[in-house]
Every structure is written in structure tokens, then in C-alpha cells.
Write a protein that binds this ligand. Structure first.
Ligand SMILES: NC(=O)c1ccc[n+]([C@@H]2O[C@H](COP(=O)([O-])OP(=O)(O)OC[C@H]3O[C@@H](n4cnc5c(N)ncnc54)[C@H](O)[C@@H]3O)[C@@H](O)[C@H]2O)c1
Length: 249
């Protein structure tokens, strides 16, 4: 996979799946904008790891649910690199609760971080990609958005929203040489997947035909494929990286 001379912006890439995606893109030749929110220390470490691979990396902290912060992040990235070829909308949170007990705040925050951010970041990079006549927009959805999941109405709604958004953007930007796709991980042994109760993880594992949890690297492989020239004829799709969970449900 050759991503030499490509610049990628990965949101929420200080840890977990985003970190694995950033590192895999760098291994494939891309320079990286590492974005995160809160403590910048993990993002700085990821940037150092990328520099050791011989690629450029800049940390730009921003809350991707906030329009002004997203616009500042993209402006800074363009100032530093002059181009953005690959956007990976990865940042995400969960605030699980049954609908009966879910607060407005839990609904709004999850929709803002997991879905509004995808709109804000995509809109912010679009102009540069249109000018370049080249771009890859890859958003991390979830099998929860396809199957539904008790306790995750906010999360599942946001992730399902990503799919409709992705198909629309794919159509709007196809004539500009830009593709938009989603990757829907199943249960991944990192980040949000690790935060789940062990009994629940064991119960879910029974629904995975391959019989084991995925790794952040499994998700990163799919993202790097969609980011590369080999995927030039793929747009508006959702690629499940789930050990077969969705087909067996
Ligand atoms: N782990 C899983 O099993 C799993 C399964 C399906 C989908 N996903 C999705 O994969 C993505 C990454 O999840 P993860 O498991 O690595 O979680 P994680 O908590 O390890 O990583 C999420 C990252 O997003 C960042 N972030 C949170 N809010 C942000 C904001 N407002 N602005 C910028 N950055 C922000 C966090 O600081 C963190 O670095 C998410 O979109 C998640 O929904 C994860």
C-alpha cells in the first residue's frame, strides 16, 4: 500500500482504534495530523511513534463536536501540510443507558461527538479535497448502528446516521474524485470495547462466528485499504469488520 505524499487527519487518534489507524497509515507512507480532546499527552506519544517511522506528524487538539474548533483544526492542518487527502472520522464516545432512563444530556453529547462531528469534519475538509480533486473520507461506524443494541439508543442512532451521511456525501462528491465510506467494527478489544463488562463481552463473543474479539489493527487494515488507490472504485459503502457478527445475527 503506497500512501507516500498523502496527508491524513485522524480524529480521536491519541489512543485505541484511532491510534492504530494513524500508525498503520504512517506505516503505509502517509503524514499524519493526530487529533484528540482532553489530555494531549497520549497524542504527543503517538506523534513521536509516527516520527520514528520517518513520517511527519503534528498534534492538533480540538473537540470535534464544536464547529469553531473543527474549522480551526482543519485550517491549522492545511497551514502545516498544505493538503488533506484522507479524513478518518474516528472520535467517539458511549454513554449507555436504557431509553427509559436516558437523559437529554447523554443523548445530545453522544450525537454531537459521534455524528455531528462527522458532518463538521467532512464539511471542513471538503473544500481542500475538491480543489485537489482527490480525497478519501472514512468514518468509523459500528455494528450497533446496523443491529441496534439495548442500552445504546443514542450510540446506535449516531452510528446509523453516519451511514446515511456517508452515502449522501459519496453521491455529492463522486464527480470530484472523492470517495466516502464507513467501516463498522464489531466488538474490538480496545477502548470502548474494553470498557464493557466481562460477562457482556463473553455473551457477545458467542455471536461472533470467528470466535474472537477484533483488534484495533483489524480495523486499521480496512481503513488503510479504503484510503489507498486500490479502493478508487469503492464509494458509499459500509465495510463490517466484525468477525461475521452481522451476517450471523
Ligand atoms: N472498541 C470497540 O469495540 C468499537 C466498536 C465499534 C466501533 N467503535 C468506534 O471506534 C471509534 C474509536 O473507539 P475506541 O474504542 O478506540 O475508543 P477510545 O475511547 O479508546 O478512543 C476514542 C478517542 O476519541 C477521543 N475523543 C472523544 N471525544 C472527542 C472529541 N469530542 N473530540 C476529539 N476527540 C475525542 C478520545 O479522547 C479517544 O482518544 C469510535 O468511533 C467508536 O465508536 C469502537
Amino acid at each position: 500500500m503506497n500512501l507516500d505524499n498523502r496527508v491524513a487527519l485522524v480524529t480521536g487518534s491519541g489512543r485505541g482504534i484511532g491510534r492504530a489507524i494513524a500508525l498503520k497509515l504512517a506505516e503505509s507512507g502517509a503524514d499524519l495530523v493526530i487529533n484528540d480532546f482532553g489530555d494531549p499527552a497520549p497524542a504527543v506519544i503517538v506523534a513521536e511513534e509516527i516520527k520514528k517511522l520517518g513520517r511527519r506528524a503534528e498534534v492538533i487538539m480540538a473537540d470535534v463536536s464544536q464547529s469553531a474548533e473543527v474549522n480551526r483544526m482543519v485550517a491549522e492542518a492545511l497551514e502545516k501540510f498544505g493538503q488533506i487527502d484522507i479524513l478518518v472520522n474516528n472520535a467517539g464516545i458511549a454513554r449507555d443507558q436504557l431509553v427509559l432512563k436516558m437523559t437529554d444530556e447523554d443523548w445530545d453529547r453522544v450525537l454531537d461527538v459521534n455524528l455531528k462531528s462527522v458532518f463538521l469534519c467532512t464539511r471542513a475538509v471538503m473544500r481542500a479535497m475538491i480543489k485537489q480533486r482527490r480525497g478519501r473520507i472514512i468514518s468509523i461506524a459500528s455494528v450497533s448502528g446496523l443491529l441496534g443494541n439495548p442500552g445504546q439508543a443514542n450510540y446506535a442512532a449516531a452510528k446509523a446516521g453516519i451511514l446515511g451521511f456517508t452515502r449522501t456525501v459519496a453521491k455529492e462528491l463522486a464527480s470530484r474524485g472523492i470517495t466516502a465510506n464507513a467501516v463498522a467494527p464489531g466488538l474490538i478489544d480496545a477502548g470502548l470495547g474494553q470498557a464493557l463488562k466481562e460477562e457482556y463481552r463473553e455473551e457477545m463473543r458467542k455471536h461472533i462466528p470467528l470466535g474472537f474479539l477484533g483488534t484495533p489493527q483489524d480495523v486499521a487494515e480496512a481503513v488503510v485499504f479504503l484510503a489507498g488507490d486500490g479502493a478508487r472504485y469503492i464509494t458509499g459503502q459500509v465495510l463490517n469488520v466484525d468477525g461475521g457478527m452481522v451476517v450471523s445475527w
